[in-house]
Design a protein around this ligand. Structure first.
Ligand SMILES: *Cc1c(COP(=O)(O)O)cnc(C)c1O
Length: 376
């Protein structure tokens, strides 16, 4: 098999299968979280909607506009924006906005006046991470301010959201505290006169472990891409393969150093092959001297420090051909490394591996159509 350039193959069929599984786990109300370029998968909104996602969540307004531009017409929520974000463009594109403070609420409301669009707003409460979301002490006044603006007709509160800090550890008592805090926050919102909103708490881990159950909507990101932070879901499919062509080969003698610093020294005569991608393309440099690839059906080690634009494989007795395809990670069906292996080799989480593959690597979407019967 040969290839002309590094490729990140996106297995759309696997994303759809994972999505359908989470639609079932979410009682049919699944917000697909496609932040960070769809967890590095590129244009994937139509696939997740075709598999049953009923809305889409992203971080920035630009990401929301990209989802709209892809031709999806389900609700799209953007949940983290600076005060001077382009809320007018967002409202004109029917993008919902999450708000965690009165200043932002005011900015959205003013954009609504200018565009003559009623803004659809989700209120976000912090449950303990001290990160995004309104601090619990400010929640009641945020709800009151939202109620006043709602009465003027500029905004409508359509959702209340929270995010859990420890859902990947279902036994952690913090989960109970956060669930209670969220229930109380919802009650406070109702007491301040807000009604008719959906509530959403659980992301992937809280959905898989059940600690975030009991609300209207589940916001699922990682799980759609085969990643379960709790390590308990057994039915998730890896969704990416990273391949690269061999662009150089050489035979070296024992004692030959490889790469910057000559850290790696060949113990015996061997063959090397050069791949045209490196840490500048998202291969974690921390995985140097640990990571493996597959070629000709065999695992081979990457040797020497990773460079920005290239890495080197020790192929032992095999002298590869120029253009031969090497798999850096894949679905794991044929013994190749997976994204999880790369996360382990670089002491990080799978999320970081999938979101860091650079723009020099082409995304190729692959759809397995053989299971889809033609419509008669
Ligand atoms: C990223 C994110 C999610 C999705 O979390 P996963 O663990 O990837 O499913 C949900 N909600 C918020 C607020 C997020 O930032």
């Amino acid at each position: 098999m040969t290839a002309s350039a590094p490729q990140l193959v996106v297995h759309d069929d696997a994303v759809r299968a994972n999505t359908a599984g989470f639609v079932a786990r979410s009682g049919g109300h699944l917000m697909a979280v496609l932040k960070a370029d769809g967890f590095g998968h590129g244009s994937i909104a139509r696939s997740v909607v075709s598999a049953g996602a009923t809305s889409i969540g992203v971080t920035t307004i630009d990401e929301a506009l990209a989802v709209r531009a892809a031709g999806t017409d389900v609700p799209v929520l953007s949940w983290l924006n600076p005060l001077d974000a382009d809320f007018e463009t967002a409202l004109l594109a029917d993008v919902d906005i999450a708000v965690s403070g009165v200043e932002l609420l005011g900015a959205v409301s003013r954009a609504a006046v200018r565009t003559r669009r009623r803004a659809r707003v989700h209120l976000h409460v912090d449950l303990g991470m001290a990160r995004d979301g309104a601090a619990p002490s400010t929640w009641a006044s945020l709800c009151a301010a939202a109620r006043e603006l709602q009465l003027t007709g500029t905004i409508r509160i359509v959702g209340v959201m929270g995010h859990m800090s420890c859902a990947d550890q279902p036994e952690d008592p913090q989960n109970t505290r956060e669930r209670l805090l969220f229930t109380n926050a919802v009650r406070t919102a109702r007491r301040r006169g807000l009604t008719g909103f959906t509530t959403h708490l659980a992301a992937t881990a809280a959905t898989v472990t059940g600690v975030g159950a009991g609300h209207d909507l589940h916001r699922i990101g990682a799980g759609l891409f085969g990643i379960d932070p709790s390590g308990t879901a057994t039915d998730l499919e890896p969704t990416l393969s990273l391949t690269a062509p061999v662009v150089g080969t050489r035979e070296i003698g024992a004692g030959t150093g490889v790469g910057y610093g000559l850290d790696h020294v060949a113990a015996r005569p061997t063959n090397l092959a050069l791949l045209p991608l490196g840490y500048g393309d998202g291969l974690p440099r921390a995985a140097s001297e640990r990571a493996e690839v597959t070629v000709r059906g065999r695992r081979r080690p990457l040797v020497g420090r990773f460079s920005m634009d290239m890495v080197v494989i020790d192929t032992g007795e095999d002298r590869l051909h120029l253009g031969e395809t090497v798999t850096l990670f894949g679905r794991g069906h044929d013994g190749e490394p997976t994204v999880s292996d790369w996360a382990r080799w670089s002491d990080t989480i799978a999320h970081e591996i999938v979101t860091r593959i650079g723009t020099r690597v082409a995304r190729v979407h692959r759809t397995t159509t053989t299971q889809e019967a033609p419509v008669a």
